[in-house]
Design a protein around this ligand. Structure first.
Ligand code: GRF
Length: 215
């Protein structure tokens, strides 16, 4: 799916969608600043104009766009977002705490080119409240997953995962903190690997495709 149309250029142009504090966005931008990944963040867009992540993005010198979705049909709002992404030549979309379901039209138009980070070991605990659910189930491990976005919520192919041990005294909050630290390592590395694959000329050795950066 991903190899179908490769991207011409030195770096994949990524648009990040956020709704809140933006710590994952910050990790993606920091990784871009410190290393030479296969992606560059050309736009951070939000459905929450007061999202803290927008402030962080501007500090990194990244362009931002925001508009509240309130009072708009989902498909109309997504068309607005899509127009903005197109205007900035976005090739891959990275969801980072984007608290809105995407319309099927948006997902179809960018099939295989949208990634999300989810705070559980998918396929376990799709949706919200993942840490509390992992604790209630008595799981030994929690974690986070980066996956390709499909029309089903938190259901697309997982491209990378990181595990975190659950301790007896953990609360949903303490577990969330530990998982978040792993998210900040996992997402940039996974996005980099995903984009690198899109840039590879056909016929290159693809032996490592789909391999998780963290076991
Ligand atoms: C993260 O836990 C992420 O896994 C989930 O939403 C949260 C966003 O946090 N999808 P932040 O805005 O990146 O700090």
């Amino acid at each position: 799916m991903r190899g179908a149309s490769l991207i011409v250029g030195e770096k994949v142009r990524v648009g990040v969608l956020i709704s809140g504090r933006g710590s994952n966005l910050e990790a993606l931008a920091e990784y871009r600043r410190k290393t030479d990944p296969a992606y560059e963040i050309v736009l951070v867009a939000s459905n929450v104009p007061e999202a803290r992540g927008l402030v962080l993005a501007r500090r990194f010198g990244i362009k931002t766009w925001s508009q509240s979705h309130k009072g708009m049909e989902r498909a109309d709002f997504d068309r607005r977002v899509d127009a903005e992404l197109k205007q900035h030549g976005v090739e891959v979309v990275a969801l980072a705490g984007y608290m809105r379901l995407l319309s099927p039209e948006f997902i179809k138009a960018r099939e295989g080119r949208i990634l999300n980070i989810h705070p559980s070991l998918l396929p376990l605990y799709k949706g919200l409240d993942t840490h509390r659910r992992a604790l209630l189930a008595g799981d030994e491990y929690a974690g986070c997953s980066v996956h390709v976005v499909t029309e089903e919520l938190d259901d697309g192919p997982v491209v990378a995962q990181a595990k975190v041990r659950i301790f007896p005294r953990d609360t949903p909050e303490s577990l969330a903190d530990r998982v978040l630290k792993e998210e900040h390592k996992l997402y940039p590395a996974a996005l980099d690997a995903f984009c690198r694959e899109l840039l590879e000329p056909p016929g290159e050795d693809r032996a490592n495709v789909g391999e998780s950066p963290t076991p």
